[in-house]
Design a protein around this ligand. Structure first.
Ligand SMILES: [Zn+2]
Length: 66
């Protein structure tokens, strides 16, 4: 029951979603959790949500994707 994840020109093979998340999910630049949802990008950095993006960047107007 393996599956492939194609990302940035590479193919990764996993046998469970937990392994794929552990290996591939980006890390929030503020709270360091793994981002398994859509996340928020601000100035080339990734955050788990708008709260962390605002806390790190000091910007207003950053909103969660829904
Ligand atoms: Zn965060």
């Amino acid at each position: 029951m393996s599956f492939e994840v194609h990302a940035q020109g590479a193919v990764h093979v996993f046998d469970c979603f937990a392994c794929a998340i552990h290996r591939m999910a980006p890390i929030c630049e503020h709270c360091r959790v793994q981002i398994i949802g859509q996340g928020v990008e601000a100035d080339g950095q990734w955050f788990c949500g708008a709260h962390c993006a605002r806390a790190e960047k000091g910007q207003v107007g950053i909103v969660d994707k829904v």
